[in-house]
Ligand binder design. Structure first.
Ligand code: 13P
Length: 332
């Protein structure tokens, strides 16, 4: 058993309290690779932002759980080396689906875990979340739980349909589980295809899809029921169309990929939403840079040559989110 405190990580408690009060949101970036980790840390240090580095079950299967944990420990030391003496970095489990997985992460030094029982019947979701909270709180680890179902596909989490969170359930759920933050469903979804063309309108000038707006009425009702309680938005990539265009120009095929418009995320950040999850945008930024580089340099084969622009492009995207969308810069 290793405590996250020994690794220099922090939990989400104080970070979220400040973010809710200050009207901004903490970025929660998923990572699987060293280049993503480096880009996240560089972006957080340069913007003086707290950051959540999150690992999904799929990431653990891909990269190895132990390696990812040491990478997070390395992230703290790397941030210090870059000139940030007291970085605020959370290592978070994204979409934990069992008590055992959450316990394993807590025992190996995670400072925060999500238990996602959102696909279970209400009472079972409560029982599972409470079991995780009871264990996690013994070690000062914070817990995110979820009510409502997001559509889309992300690693091992997928659902064809979404169910908005019912505001009338949130008080009972948060009190009975004791969770520290609540992920809600208000129309975001996982992946690069958040909406079908039938759910969108089309911009007559660009031909691009315009997605339906998020259900801010539900968010505001939830805020009224749980004043000051930290709310989390999953599925919040905006699927930048310049990256999609680059991918398509250099041999990719992502027709009609569409995300959440950044103005809506900006609006959400000012509310009780204090954690915004972004994964697909990093995947797109990485893929766009690699496709472009390899198409323009067909004789190159050293991974460092194409991973360097990929890392730069992800860093640019992370900084943009922090400064122009979430507003978490200068909050260390
Ligand atoms: P995106 O697929 O929109 O990046 O969402 C990521 C996410 O919510 C991870 O839990």
């Amino acid at each position: 058993m290793v405590s996250y405190k020994e690794l220099g990580l922090v939990n989400t408690k104080e970070m979220f309290a400040k973010a809710v009060k200050g009207g901004y949101a903490i970025p929660a970036f998923n990572f699987n690779t060293m280049e993503q980790m480096q880009a996240i840390v560089q972006a957080a240090v340069e913007t003086k932002s707290p950051v959540i580095m999150q690992v999904s079950k799929g990431a653990r299967n891909y990269a190895n759980a132990t390696i990812l944990r040491y990478m997070a420990q390395g992230a703290v030391e790397y941030a210090k080396e870059l000139g940030c003496p007291n970085p605020q970095i959370v290592l978070h489990l994204d979409h934990g689906d069992t008590f055992e997985l959450c316990k394993d992460c807590i025992d190996m030094g995670f400072s925060s875990v999500m238990i996602d029982g959102s696909s279970l019947p209400y009472e079972e979701n409560i029982a599972l979340a409470k079991k995780v909270v009871d264990y996690a709180h013994q070690y000062d680890v914070t817990v995110e739980a979820e009510l409502g179902v997001l559509a889309g596909v992300e690693d091992e989490v997928s659902s064809a349909v979404s169910h908005y969170t019912k505001p009338e359930e949130v008080i009972d759920f948060s009190q009975r589980t004791g969770c520290d933050s609540l992920a809600i469903s208000i129309g975001t979804s996982h992946g690069a295809y958040k909406f079908t063309p039938a759910q969108c309108t089309r911009d007559p000038k660009t031909g691009k899809l315009v997605p339906p707006p998020l259900a801010f009425d539900i968010l505001h009702e939830i805020e009224k029921k749980l004043p000051g309680f930290p709310i989390v938005l999953h599925g919040s990539s905006s699927v930048p169309q310049d990256e999609v265009d680059t991918i398509n120009k250099f041999g990719g095929k992502l027709p009609d990929a569409v995300g959440i418009p950044e103005e809506q995320l900006r609006e959400a950040s000012k509310s009780a939403v204090c954690k915004i999850n972004i994964d697909s945008d990093s995947r797109l930024a990485m893929t766009a840079a690699i496709r472009k580089y390899l198409a323009e340099n067909p004789s190159h084969f050293d991974p460092r040559q194409y991973l360097k622009p990929a890392r730069e492009n992800m860093k640019k995207m992370y900084i943009h989110k922090i400064v122009n969308v979430l507003g978490s810069n200068d909050k260390l």
